[in-house]
Design a protein around this ligand. Structure first.
Ligand code: DGJ
Length: 737
């Protein structure tokens, strides 16, 4: 079933094979949101009218016109504007010559375009066969601007994307002080907001909150999407779920507003608190793209839709199903104490156990012996690499491994030559105090010359080392936002945050164009910029600086609400863990890390031969398992006291891999603990640990949790002691029964 639009009277019905999205044109030409959910095949105006709220005397005293009856305060508007009779925060705020512009829009047209209508130099859903975009446009003849709303649907995904474009039609400047990517009205329900909050080393903490008659803001003003709140949110009422996410890496706002009429509105887009854009005559501005998923089968199904959507429509096709290298990253092995000699010793060990790519993390450049120095000088420290980095990279390549390097392109230290050469490239006010983070300053990525200068250095290193992999880090928040460049151009400083992120994307774009084979891994002190914008360029992101296997259970499970395993970079590290000082067994560390892109981050020279043997086997097994990780989705089972479980499910639903993790040993265990694995086919046979089990039995009884120690079965137990784990493979038989 292809994507289509049907117009019936004042109704516009967009649909694909899974969902319908319906709007109605009101008498003032604004659009009312009618429905987003399961696909409907309604063909009559009568049916569509029945979907609308029951007719009633307009609530609220304020009417849109002198003698009319239309009131906006109780309407579920498709794109509401404060100040026009709608009293919640609106999606658009405009000003001309210091005077607010209250829209009086005239609907122009709806046009249909094949594909996704990509944006210039901006991450957005990728153009795919079968996708269609519907462009609705309005003009305000008094305010003199045009707005265009783009809705994209793919053939099958229960997802709709939204973005907005505004164009100044007058000779005077038009100031856009808010332009959200999307506003979504939710149907009547008992809504709970699910969001991902956190901090450094504890990202993706799943929180829930009842949404009632209140105004709730989930946002970032850190300059990046941030550790504190991820741009993903979900609204859950029973089994019905709506999710939202933004293909963007900077300051954002998701705002849920419940009103006195029982309406719930969601706004999502650029954070208006740190944004404004001045449009000169004829200029236009386009928002980042938002996407909303719908599920009628609960939060884990919504997570599956989101994971697939990112993997299928955001991650670059170059990397989508391409195998990813198992890296050995030097950070937790050596921190800044590195040199060619000890690195080569580590590389030798890495090669012997089957590592694919050797990555030198922070500390290889300038004279960086600690975290207060040299950012901006992207050339090898000759004390550490006497023959230069090219010669070192050659040795890694000759050993049969790929070579990777860490960069923090957006930052500078004051002792760097780059800083002395370009003091005007620093984000700081012309006078007065400014803040430091990790002893470093932020570069003015709003300035294309600054981006170019950083790129020139990176390009030289990429070429010199024939680099295969980049870890792109970003370790401080933006403060005292002031761009000397924007000042020199006479542009408003309010444009800074957004232009900064555009500069980040421009650098990504340059690397992707010139070196398409280079795998970029995103990072911002771990998962501080883990978002769909970065994933457009970097198919994987360092999920968290917290490498403790037990802590990772929550972090990776939270991340999986929005993002696929194929995007989560997970490393096996040493014990006691460097962040939590907890000791977990090597098997548990392996069993957690393999549910994502596996890497190692420990000093192999300190490992016992038995541990190295186990790591070697783990890497070999992982290589066979990676296709499942790349194309599958992660289903997280409800938490149990003393144990957790999750299942990776192959796209064709023939292979399942369940990870079981016992947390703290407990004698209060039942011998009949089970997990329900979704999508089991009652008419098929499954092979589980060498036994053939009927799908109907699995559906009825669930998958057995490997035997746990209950005080009497010590010799038989699989999970015994604290922090241990087991994996269960389940394969669907070739031809069913
Ligand atoms: C923060 C990252 O998250 C770490 O993995 C490591 O690369 C350090 N920065 C290096 O400074």
């Amino acid at each position: 079933m292809s994507v289509e639009i049907k117009q019936l009277g004042s109704f516009y019905h967009l649909r694909n094979a899974s969902v319908s999205y319906i709007m109605r044109r009101l008498e003032n030409d604004m659009f009312e949101h009618v429905y987003f959910g399961r696909r409907l095949s309604v063909e009559t105006i009568e049916d569509l009218e029945y979907l609308c709220p029951a007719p009633s005397k307009p609530s609220g005293a304020v009417k849109y016109t002198k003698n009319g009856t239309l009131a906006l305060s109780d309407k579920a508007l498709e794109y509401p504007v404060f100040g026009t009779g709608d009293f919640k925060t609106g999606a658009m705020r405009l000003e001309r010559n210091g005077v607010p512009v209250y829209p009086d829009l005239q609907f122009e047209t709806v046009t249909e375009a094949q594909g996704t209508c990509p944006m210039a130099h901006f991450p957005c859903v990728r153009d795919e066969e079968g996708a269609k975009t519907f462009l609705f446009s309005w003009v305000d003849p008094i305010g003199q601007y045009r707005v265009e709303h783009a809705y994209t649907l793919f053939e099958h995904d229960p997802v709709i994307t939204r973005k907005v474009r505004i164009e100044n039609l007058a000779a005077d400047d038009l100031t856009v002080s808010s332009l959200m990517s999307s506003a979504l009205a939710l149907p009547d329900g008992n809504w709970e907001l699910v969001y991902l909050s956190g901090n450094w080393a504890r990202e993706f903490d799943v929180k829930t909150m009842k949404v009632d008659h209140a105004d709730i803001v989930i946002d970032s003003k850190y300059g990046s999407s941030s550790h504190k709140h991820n741009p993903f949110t979900a609204f859950v009422s029973g089994n019905e779920v709506y999710t939202t996410n933004l293909i963007y890496s900077g300051n954002f706002m998701n705002r849920a507003q419940g009103d006195e009429f029982g309406n719930l509105r969601l706004l999502c887009g650029l954070n208006p608190e740190t944004f404004a854009w001045v449009l000169k005559a004829g200029e236009s501005f386009e928002t980042p793209q938002a996407y909303h998923a719908y599920s009628s089968a609960g939060l884990q199904e919504a997570a599956r839709v989101n994971q697939r959507f990112v993997q299928d429509h955001i991650v670059s096709p170059i990397w989508r199903n391409r195998s990813r290298p198992v890296v050995l990253n030097s950070w937790e092995a050596m921190y800044f104490d590195l040199n060619e000699k000890n690195l080569l010793r580590l590389a030798e060990e890495a090669r012997a156990i089957g590592v694919d790519c050797f990555v030198v993390d922070d500390g290889w450049f300038g004279h960086r012996d600690n975290d207060r120095s040299s950012l901006g000088d992207w050339h090898a420290d000759r004390k550490k690499f006497p023959d230069g980095l090219g010669a070192f990279a050659r040795k890694i390549h000759d050993a049969g491994m790929q070579f990777g390097l860490w960069f923090e392109p957006e930052m500078v230290n004051e002792d760097a030559a780059f800083y002395s050469a370009h003091p005007a490239f620093v984000v700081r006010p012309p006078q007065g105090r400014y803040s430091y983070g990790r002893g470093q300053l932020v570069l003015d990525f709003a300035n294309p010359a600054c981006v170019e200068a950083v790129y020139a250095q990176m390009k030289a290193i990429i070429e010199q080392t024939k680099l295969d992999y980049i870890k792109w880090d970003m370790n401080r928040d933006v403060t005292e936002a002031y761009s000397p460049y924007l000042a020199s151009q006479g542009r408003s400083q309010k444009e800074f945050y957004h232009r900064y992120i555009q500069g980040v994307y421009a650098l990504h774009e340059k690397i992707a164009n010139d070196f398409p084979h280079v795998l970029v891994e995103g990072c911002a002190s771990g998962g501080g910029r883990f978002d769909a914008g970065i994933l457009y360029y970097a198919p994987q992101i360092w999920t968290s600086d917290n490498t403790d296997a037990f802590a990772r259970l929550d972090i990776q499970a939270g991340c999986a609400l929005a993002y696929p395993m194929a995007c989560m970079s997970n490393h096996i590290s040493a014990v006691p863990n460097h962040q939590t000082f907890r000791k977990t067994g090597l098997t548990m560390r392996e069993h957690v890390a393999v549910f994502g892109i596996l890497g190692l981050e420990l000093d192999l020279c300190q490992c016992a031969p038995k541990e190295k043997e186990q790591l070697k086997t783990a890497i070999a097994k992982y290589e066979a398992m990676q296709p499942l990780i790349l194309n599958g989705t992660l289903y997280v089972h409800p938490k149990h006291e003393g144990w957790r479980a999750w299942t990776a499910i192959a796209r064709n639903e023939t292979t399942y891999l369940t990870g079981f993790y016992s947390t703290v040993a407990d004698l209060r265990v039942s011998r009949n603990e089970r997990v329900r694995v979704p999508d089991v086919d009652a008419n098929a046979k499954y092979t589980i640990e060498g036994c053939s089990i009927d799908g109907a039995v699995l559906k009825a009884g669930g998958l057995r949790v490997p035997l746990r120690f209950n005080g009497a079965n010590g010799e038989m137990a699989v999970l015994k002691g604290d922090f241990c784990s087991a994996l269960t493979w389940m394969e669907k038989g070739e031809d069913g029964r």
